[in-house]
Ligand binder design. Structure first.
Ligand code: FES
Length: 117
């Protein structure tokens, strides 16, 4: 095993894109726009010049599986406070961005409330 230092220094945002398919009675983020949300987040980070500072990545199931939306895990660098959220992938994108700024970029003001767990 080898310890490595990632190139992204401010933290990462993990967006669940797991899709269990229509047959499953259990909700899954992929069926609620998880992949599209992650693509939007990646574009937003690129627009704001954050490539290399913050990583956004699509993950498999994060073990939350809510029918209320997509699970997102905001993981800051050392000393920060991790946030696990569930949100509507379409209507709460900007609120997610405010959470990312507050958690990873020292956004200052308290971010608007989301479906925090
Ligand atoms: S399917 Fe997304 S958290 Fe389980």
């Amino acid at each position: 095993m080898q310890s490595v230092k990632p190139s992204w220094t401010a933290g990462c945002v993990l967006v669940c894109g797991n899709d269990r398919g229509q047959e499953s009675p259990k909700p899954s983020c992929g069926r609620q726009g998880g992949a599209e949300l992650r693509d939007w987040l990646k574009d937003r980070m690129r627009e704001r010049g954050l490539k290399g500072r913050v990583l956004s990545s699509r993950t498999s199931c994060l073990g939350v599986c809510s029918s209320k939306g997509v699970t997102v895990d905001i993981v800051p660098g050392p000393g920060g406070t991790r946030r696990m959220l569930v949100l509507d992938a379409a209507s709460e994108r900007e609120a997610l961005w405010a959470q990312v700024e507050a958690c990873l970029l020292g956004g200052g003001a308290e971010a608007p409330a989301l479906g925090e767990l």
